[in-house]
Design a protein around this ligand. Structure first.
Ligand code: SAH
Ligand code: SF4
Ligand code: F3S
Length: 486
């Protein structure tokens, strides 16, 4: 209604008719050619969210660009997990301000966890930012972009109890066409005392399993051969339909995805040691295409530290879970996250983490120094009292030990044969491909006539602490595997 009135008033003014036409034409031409650039930080969930954001923008007529200097809309999907993750984003914003100087109509948006944590404070602190949008508000992006085009800076950081973006088909960014992430739930109901995620991502909610299976089925039809199901705590996945119908727990969801096709590998992350069930382990054992790898963040090997962290398990519980995994899934890869220098951590407690590592011998670990996050229970209740230098010393001890373990574990690998999914071309040489074993070990092998997305048998020949190198043992193995799966 408003628009009709505007047009008719312009039409009465002969002198402006042409101008109105030109403005309209220029705007619609620009709308069709607007380009967005998106950069993502943080966890896989954030990268997966960027694919939803891309889908929303492409529906609005935007095209993606890999160069921020030529973008009309520059977005940064941020992470708040540690202080340095936030600092990196601030530095990036100073780079983006160069693009804005060159093209003053460029719009800059901050999305994700840092947007949620800082809310409108962001607009005060960073003058170049036009849009601040939290993780549950991405559907509102086109509205905020329109406002920014009219010169208004705005914020939407409303968290939702329902939003899962289940109906949005993500646009795969930087994809190899073989492996993809699928978000199965959002938020987190745990309250690990060090962690900012419950504040930035809100309450936990699970996505409709039918939409998850449909997305995985569609990916398989497009040639993808591996999906990773994502959530902060996948074991608490729970789908309760509003009216009748079946409920789904995580084991049931896994089974439904594993049954799509034996040639579609299924991975998931992250498992919480308190919630991972034997039912999930049995489901993994029952399906060849369920990858035998569990990322099981321990955080600390000391029960007293775990209590302060509010992880709700202790050292014995964790070790029992590892033992059960090893019993039900022999050879399963186990990886972890470790935080060192948490509030009040003593030398003895730090040694407990080292001895936990000795006992489990992780295949890989992400290791961090504790970084206090404002507003978290740890920030409120404990003192961040381990000196920076001591945190660094303990971290380097942990890193060294992990390195040593990986070297030891890899020294047992030569001669072993693995089924490997070819995922990409090796960075070192075009004549080599890289892929992963079911246990998530990265292996590099000669390309020969293998295509990306093929399964091949590779025999390990050499190793470093991070990577295995091998030879394809039988070029016909590709079809053998295909037959075996049928
Ligand atoms: N949901 C996952 C972890 C998400 S965050 C889980 O429960 O395991 C990824 C990792 O970042 C955590 O496992 C933890 O090791 C680390 N992390 C989280 N908050 C941190 C903080 N304040 N300082 C240092 N590391 C932190
Ligand atoms: Fe953070 Fe704990 Fe939730 Fe993981 S489970 S996201 S560490 S609160
Ligand atoms: Fe970071 Fe948010 Fe993920 S804080 S780790 S991007 S959930």
């Amino acid at each position: 209604m408003q628009e009709t009135l505007d047009i008719s008033s312009i039409m009465h003014d002969e002198s402006r008719q042409g101008e109105a036409f030109t403005i309209k034409q220029v705007k619609s031409e620009k709308e069709g050619n607007r380009q967005f650039y998106i950069e993502s930080y943080g966890c896989a969930m954030n990268f997966s969210d960027s694919e939803i954001i891309a889908a929303i923008l492409i529906k609005e007529g935007f095209k993606a660009t890999r160069h921020f200097m030529e973008a009309d809309l520059i977005l940064v999907n941020t992470c708040s997990i540690r202080e340095n993750a936030e600092q990196r984003v601030r530095q990036r914003l100073t780079e983006f301000s160069k693009a804005k100087k060159q093209n003053p109509s460029a719009i800059i948006g901050v999305l994700g966890c840092m947007a949620e944590r800082l809310k409108s404070k962001f607009l005060e602190e960073e003058k170049i930012v036009d849009i601040v949008l939290g993780p549950d508000a991405y559907r509102d992006l086109p509205v905020l972009v329109a406002r920014a085009e009219d010169g208004q800076r705005s914020v939407n950081v409303l968290l939702s109890r329902e939003e899962t973006y289940a109906d949005i088909n993500p646009v795969r960014l930087n994809s190899n066409g073989i492996t993809a992430f699928i978000s199965i739930m959002r938020g987190c109901n745990n309250m690990c005392s060090f962690c900012v995620v419950p504040f930035t991502r809100g309450r936990e909610r699970s996505r409709d399993p039918h939409s998850i299976v449909a997305e995985a089925t569609d990916l398989f039809a497009k040639g993808y051969r591996e999906v990773t199901l994502l959530g902060q705590n996948v074991d608490s996945y729970h789908w309760q339909p509003g009216w009748g119908g079946e409920t789904y727990n995580f084991a049931k969801l896994l089974e439904s995805v594993a049954k799509i096709n034996p040639l579609l590998r299924v991975r998931f992350s992250t498992s919480h040691p308190k919630d991972i069930t034997d039912e999930v382990l049995h489901t993994m054992a029952a399906h060849h295409n369920m990858c035998k790898h569990i990322h099981l963040p321990v955080q600390s090997g000391s029960s007293a530290v775990l209590k302060r962290m509010n992880r709700t398990y202790d050292r014995e519980w964790y070790l029992e879970r590892v033992e059960t995994i090893r019993k039900l899934l022999p050879g399963c890869g186990i990886t972890t996250d470790i935080i060192t220098g948490f509030c009040g951590e003593t030398d003895a407690e730090h040694s407990d983490t080292l001895s936990m590592m000795e006992t489990v011998k992780y295949n890989m670990a992400y290791m961090f120094s504790y970084s206090e996050r404002p507003g978290t229970p740890a920030a409120k209740n404990f003192k961040d009292d381990v000196p920076v230098a001591l945190k660094a010393k303990r971290l380097s001890e942990i890193v060294d030990l992990q390195h040593q373990h990986q070297q030891e574990l890899h020294s047992l690998e030569p001669g072993k044969v693995y089924e490997v999914l070819a995922e990409g071309i090796s960075k070192r040489s075009k004549e080599h491909l890289f892929g992963r074993t079911s246990e998530n070990k990265v292996i590099i092998f000669p390309r020969n006539e293998v295509q990306l997305g093929d399964y091949v048998y590779v025999q390990v020949k050499e190793f470093t602490s991070a990577t295995l190198f091998g030879e394809i043992i039988n070029l016909n193995s590709k079809s053998e595997i295909n037959r075996q799966h049928k």
